[in-house]
Design a protein around this ligand. Structure first.
Ligand SMILES: [Zn+2]
Length: 71
């Protein structure tokens, strides 16, 4: 399953499953959604992060930190 790196409103980065369902709707809603943050243990708004904008170290750390396998 493909995972993407996201960043929550408090700056925590982790990887999550981001299903590209309803592409038109997703575009309208933008690149954010609300989900449970495994770092801060609460529901937060997250946005996708371009992995290329991160250093290799930050990218690996974010990829190693995963939330629950529920999309
Ligand atoms: Zn968070």
């Amino acid at each position: 399953v493909r995972r993407v790196i996201v960043e929550c409103t408090r700056g925590g980065r982790y990887s999550t499953i981001w299903l590209p369902f309803g592409s038109l709707k997703a575009i309208r809603l933008g690149r954010t959604r609300i989900q449970y943050c495994p770092i801060h243990r609460r529901f937060e708004r997250v946005r996708k992060v371009d992995p290329r904008s991160l250093s290799r170290r930050a990218r690996r750390r974010a990829q190693a930190l995963r939330d629950l396998p529920i999309p």
